[in-house]
Write a protein that binds this ligand. Structure first.
Ligand code: S3P
Length: 175
């Protein structure tokens, strides 16, 4: 399987499996894995609940934009997992699509909700994970659609299976 020399980017709501699947894809491709959430945490120097409390969501989004730009600028092709809301920003969508092949990991809200559990450390789920995820999905679906080259349904599939589907699409795009 030959991978294109561009980043492989995973987008999707919280609980979609971006980090788990991204790490598997990176290991199989022999590439580094970067999660933009980790870069945000490093740049901000505080955990998400504190970050949202002190800077608000808009402050978080500014740092996230910087993280997306920095990670995409890597000359070495990476596997990149994005925070669930990164694609709502048009500039982020352009940056991600320009630098990589973007795969949207999808699942029904009930499945996402089960995966995120009580939503600890995810301030946007504070109002209750299932209702919050449903609201976010209806708002963001067009952005995921616009940002992605390919979508993979992850319901009732294990992470290895999902990684297979992602890599088939990514490497198929090279042919
Ligand atoms: C967010 C998703 C989170 C994190 C932040 C905001 C969102 O990332 O970036 O809490 O807006 O959907 P994960 O999707 O990796 O949980």
């Amino acid at each position: 399987m030959t991978a294109p020399p561009r980043h492989l980017v995973l987008v999707g709501l919280m609980g979609a499996g971006k980090t788990t699947v991204g790490k598997l894809c990176a290991a199989r491709l022999g590439r580094d894995f970067v999660d933009t959430d980790d870069v945000v945490l490093r740049l901000a120097g505080m955990p998400f609940p504190e970050l949202f409390e002190t800077l608000g969501e808009s402050g978080f989004r500014k740092i996230e934009k910087e993280a997306v730009r920095d990670v995409c600028a890597s000359p070495a092709p990476l596997v990149i997992a994005t925070g669930g809301g990164a694609v709502i920003d048009a500039e982020n969508r352009r940056t991600l699509s320009g630098a990589g092949y973007v795969v949207w990991l999808r699942a029904p809200v009930a499945v996402l909700s089960e995966r995120v559990g009580d939503g600890a450390d995810r301030p946007l789920l504070a109002g209750g994970p299932e209702a919050s995820l449903a609201r976010l999905l209806s708002r963001r679906e067009p952005a995921y659609e616009a940002a992605s080259d390919f979508a993979v349904d992850t319901e009732a599939r294990g992470p290895n299976d999902v990684a297979d589907a992602v890599l088939d699409a990514f490497c198929g795009a090279a042919r």
